[in-house]
Design a protein around this ligand. Sequence first.
Ligand code: F0G
Length: 457
Amino acid sequence: MKYIPEPFKIKTVEPIRMTTKEDREKAIKEAGYNTFLLKSVDVFIDLLTDSGTSAMSDAQWAAMQMGDEAYAGSKNFYDLEETVQNVYGYKYFVPTHQGRAAEHIMSKLLIKSGDFVPGNMYFTTTRLHQEMAGGTFVDVIVDEAHDPSNPHPFKGNVDMNKMQKLVDEVGADKIPYVSYETCVNMAGGQPISIANLKELRVFCDKYNIKIMLDNTRTIENAYFIQKREKGYANKSIKEIVKEICSYTDGCTCSAKKDGLVNIGGFLAMNDEDFYVDAKAQVVIFEGLHTYGGMSGRDMAALAQGIRESVENDDYIKYRVEQTNYLGELLTDAGVPHVVPHGGHAIFLDARRFLPHIDQEQFPAQALAAAIYVETGVRAMERGNVSAGRDPETGENRKPKLELVRLTIPRRVYTQSHMDYAAEGMINLYNNRDHIKGLKFVFEPKVLRFFQARFESL
Ligand code: F0G
């Protein structure tokens, strides 16, 4: 079957508006060629992100009515705590309003100035919090991850030789933890394998280094393990998720993805001292440790969302295979993109799509803007703009991957939306020569991709 039918039916609809190409040309100019600065009413199909954009179920909306908005000790907190413990298996739970808040607290507590934090590729906010805590991020992902056409089934894996090299160079006492992400976002949503995680666990035990999971897309990663890793075909998603977490010491999580909610996040861990310290930090930056920046109803929706996402394997199969469907349409038409297809998004390869644009003229940024004008689909740059400047040299980091992310919100769009989006991009690919590069007219100092403005060259 080419398309897995949606395992739900639609009960509430939100109308969306078609715009003309002229409208969109005006809108993208006003937005400084940055899709983050477009108004959502000007977007037809919004593939900017899968973060906080999920459609909630009837059971989640019902749960929201049961929000206990007590300042302290809300019943929804205890329900969420128990759900996180059950599904992910960690002992202790600290709520935050979203993922980066958890990253902030973890980085402050675990990293000392001069430390090194190896990770399976960087994520924008994660690396920034590591740097702000005095650490230096070191990329230890397998080389295959940096090659958009390499078919390796687990391009999220850590390269153990790179880990050994780092330990030999800086010493294990300068490495507080490995930042280990499931379904590595910046690599194209590429999964890790259990075999890799087990090997890393043995290595880290030898050197007394923690493994901290970026748990944002572990449920999607579990689907790839079930599908691709030997010995896991008959294990449930729920069992695989728990097994992944069992090899790690704790996690940060942006619950706005796998958790099927519009806001939320958490930290979880097995170490009691770390828990006590994290609770102390959460009251400074987020709110009391029994809400951490979420309202009672937010926590209620999240607890229900986590339970739903692992309750049977149908939902996650549909979710990841919908992404794959969009990828297959682009494959059939020869539009260059990252393979294998990731869990949450298809990543167009802007280097091959626009070989006539130099990386210093931001081909992925230019492509995202052109896709919007051509189709009304909003995508996101994940290339030279997102990577930012090297703090030492001040030069653009010029990452190997120069990508445009078409990110699929969960349970929101249908097969025909995917068909429409693919058709528009195929047309654009066949008329790509007219697309021009960009130059900065405003460049923010940190996380510049969110608010930067450009002019067409
Ligand atoms: N880690 C990963 C892997 C993420 O993808 C994100 C967010 C975060 C941490 C930060 O969490 O946004 O809740 O503060 N990713 C979004 C995206 C923004 O569009 O990929 P947050």
